[in-house]
Design a protein around this ligand. Structure first.
Ligand code: ZN
Ligand code: ZN
Ligand code: FE
Length: 760
């Protein structure tokens, strides 16, 4: 049998050893380049049973993609053995992802009679750190940060015993031989105590901010029910508004804080233990500053033994556990680096001496319109491959600018990097390069082409140019919204053609304008623009993103509404002087680029409906607008959007929102509740784009619609669009395991580049 998939470093060989021994089968198992090879010999009943168990009882971290079975003449040998790995050629199965502490290990952790009682680094082949502690391939203890901890005799015996749960568990350790924790103050001086974990909890419960070293980096921990403490964390971290994730003791506590569906609980229990965005309950005791202005809360469960020990104390129910960094910088991993960067934020540090070799933030998922959707792909998912629908030569796709993720591809596999943050600072670029070097080594991929965004101003674009030039590699520029749609197509293994609704914040268009409300007709290789939101000016350029009232002004001006009048001024909260300046910018076309962005239309609507003049974090206005609409039923009457038909494929149609603005302002004036207005706005957008998709089908005969782009984080809009499109008889494809936002961009670029290179 040849078994392919994630079957190395996940306890697969001991599992096979066990089931073979149960059936008294002779034979052997060994790792090979793409998985494992197994030979078994015995009675045909037992061999059949073996095959069934192989399929049905594989260990939790394993993922079987295929089992090929062939027959060989019997050899008459006796006994089953695990043979040394004969690594021929390249290792495509590479390094497994990190997995949360398994139930067996959790039981040992809390068992006073177990030799690993309260040992914060226990793990086994079914659980523990993998990717984050590995420096290079093959995944073996000497290549991990466990190399400096020689195993004691007891641990070594477990490691060597194929019947043991810790057989070849690379990070195996105990209190005698493995890493340990300590608590220190902001100056790095150890705080003496018998039990650093209890001492840490004492401080947390007194309102202190503690930097806690985790699996993929440090967290900043603070009592989630202590409002002044959370406020202090926000001030020190210089992070306003943006919701903070909350780690909870168990599912029971999670259900006290949030409305959780079965699916959402299922997501919380994934071995990756991602952050799950769920509807928060009223008066749940969580400090208001944790997630101000939004009805959702990001909750997740402890996934490392150290975290389980924190929550084993009765006092601890919910802790803010946010990535330890300043705004969008990379997460801190090294002890000295953490002290230097976090010294002004944290009151104390819960340190340990197992080095983190790969930075990896927590992953984020949500159930959107009844289906799970990965919003940030990091710890627990990286470096697992995502399939491509066509063969790719070895290539690198560098992604976008914000929420950067790159992709390495070869053959049918795409390897996405972990979430790297915004490529605005040198430290983020350093993280990008560090991770690229590591994954190129891990998967032995030497890119032969480089795909990048068309935006000439992205740091990723100039980086790609320099890097490709130095290596003499061809560059492939991929339009931003085409890449979004291609990512979703590739995830669903379709090459198209499809109608793509690329609903997004910002992306550079082929006409030099800023796109983002796009109806595309595309295949993986190419696209044409069928329709788009009509262009409006963005007075001040990027300033209009930070100050959505400017965007509202741009929209109102474009709709021919009297922006100079008194009531309008009070609506935007501006001064007469400000509106004069903005009017001049627009009329003289100075620093007022044109945009068709739907994200910016949400910003503008939020500025008018909620009176939000400035944003604290990306997409905040849209998130708040969706938040207040959440109470309203889905069937709110849509505001009108007119489709002004173009001459496809020569000229795209335009979605005109003038009437939408007029009716919205009218209803605001007559005192219609803001929640209703926000709901009608969502309905109008969904209806307008569904209408455009219908027109595209008439023109092309294509009846598959693909939904992508950052605006698809909006659950309400996703739900409304999907329903309306399905009612019209469309097949609707949405993202599942690749982010609809810019985190999924590089995967889409890789798919487009593969299609272009194949055609060449
Ligand atoms: Zn375990
Ligand atoms: Zn030991
Ligand atoms: Fe985008």
């Amino acid at each position: 049998m040849r078994v392919c998939g994630v079957v190395q470093g996940v306890g697969f060989r001991p599992f096979v050893y066990r089931i073979a021994s149960d059936g008294r089968l002779a034979g052997h198992i060994g790792n090979d380049t793409d998985g494992v090879t197994i030979e078994v010999e015995g009675s045909s009943d037992e061999v059949t049973r073996f095959l069934t168990r192989l399929r049905e009882e594989a260990p939790p971290m394993a993922r079987i993609d295929s089992i090929e079975v062939g027959e060989l003449p019997p050899t008459g040998e006796a006994g089953f053995s695990i043979v040394e790995s004969l690594v021929l050629g390249r290792v495509s199965t590479g390094i497994p992802a990190d997995a949360a502490t398994c139930a067996d290990c959790r039981r040992e952790l809390m068992d006073p009679y177990d030799r690993r009682y309260r040992y914060p680094f226990l793990n086994c082949t079914n659980c523990g750190p993998r990717f984050t502690i590995t420096g290079s391939i093959p995944y073996d203890r000497p290549q991990t940060s466990m190399a400096v901890f020689p195993m004691c005799a007891a641990c070594q015996a477990e490691y060597d015993d194929p019947r043991n749960r810790r057989f070849h568990a690379q990070p195996n350790a105990c209190a005698q031989c493995g890493p340990h924790v300590w608590l220190c103050d902001a100056d790095g001086l150890e705080i003496p105590s018998d039990d650093p974990i209890t001492a840490c909890i004492d401080r947390l419960m007194a309102g202190a901010i503690v930097a806690i070293k985790g699996v993929g980096g440090f967290h900043l921990g603070v009592d989630a029910t202590n409002e002044p403490a959370v406020m202090r964390l926000r001030e020190r971290k210089r992070r306003q508004g943006k919701p903070l994730a909350v780690m909870v003791r168990d599912l029971e506590v999670a259900r006290e804080l949030c409305e959780l569906s079965e699916d959402e609980m299922g997501l919380m229990l994934l071995p990756a233990r991602p952050i799950v965005l769920a509807r928060s309950k009223d008066a749940n005791g969580i400090a208001p500053s944790v997630a101000p202005g939004v009805p959702w809360l990001g909750v997740f469960l402890p996934y490392a033994p150290l975290q389980h020990l924190l929550f084993a104390d009765d006092r601890v129910r919910a802790l803010v556990m946010t990535s330890a960094n300043l705004s969008e910088e990379p997460i801190a991993i090294d002890n000295d680096e953490a002290r230097a960067r976090l010294g002004a934020i944290a009151d104390a540090f819960l340190m340990h001496n197992r080095e983190i070799l790969q930075r990896c933030d927590d992953s984020v998922v949500a159930v959107v319109d009844g289906a799970p959707q990965l919003l940030r792909r990091a710890r627990g998912f990286v470096p697992l491959a995502v399939e491509l629908p066509i063969d790719a030569p070895p290539l690198l796709a560098v992604g976008g600018h914000l929420k950067s993720v790159f992709t390495l591809a070869r053959g049918r596999f795409a390897y996405q990097s972990q979430h790297l943050g915004d490529l605005e600072s040198l430290s983020s670029l350093g993280f990008f390069e560090e991770s690229l070097a590591h994954l190129m080594r891990t998967f032995e991929i030497e890119p032969e082409a480089v795909a990048h965004d068309m935006h000439p101003g992205y740091m990723s674009t100039s980086w790609a140019r320099t890097w490709a030039e130095a290596r003499g590699l061809p560059l492939i520029a991929v339009q931003h919204h085409h890449a979004h749609i291609a990512a979703c197509m590739a995830e669903h293994a379709t090459e198209g053609p499809v109608i793509g609704l690329s609903l997004d914040g910002t992306g550079y268009g082929t006409d030099g304008h800023i796109w983002g409300g796009e109806v595309l007709v595309c295949s993986l290789r190419e696209f044409t623009r069928f329709a788009h939101l009509d262009y409006v000016p963005m007075p001040g350029g990027d300033a209009a993103v930070r100050e959505p009232w400017r965007m509202a002004f741009g929209h109102l001006h474009a709709a021919g509404l009297d922006t100079g009048a008194g009531p309008m001024l009070s609506l935007l909260g501006g001064t007469a002087q400000e509106t004069r300046v903005l009017t001049q910018m627009i009329e003289r076309k100075i620093n007022a680029p044109l945009t068709s962005s739907l994200g910016r239309l949400f910003d503008a609507a939020a500025a008018v409906i909620l009176g939000r003049r400035k944003v604290d974090y990306e997409a905040q206005p849209a998130i708040e607008l969706e938040g207040i609409a959440a109470e309203e039923p889905d069937d709110a009457a849509p505001y009108p959007i007119a489709l002004e038909s173009g001459e496809w494929p020569r000229e795209p149609a335009r979605l005109n929102v003038h009437a939408l603005w007029r009716q919205m302002l009218q209803e605001l004036k007559t005192g219609v509740p803001k929640a209703r207005i926000a709901a009608s706005f969502h309905s109008g957008i969904a209806h307008g784009f569904a209408q455009a998709a219908g027109a595209a089908r008439e023109a092309t005969g294509i009846d598959t619609v693909v939904l992508s782009g950052g605006v698809m984080h909006n659950r309400r809009l996703t739900r409304l669009l999907r329903r309306e499109l399905e009612t019209q008889g469309f097949r609707v494809l949405r993202h599942r395991s690749v982010s609809p936002g810019d985190g999924g961009l590089s995967y889409g670029q890789a798919a487009v580049a593969a299609a272009i290179l194949r055609a060449r």
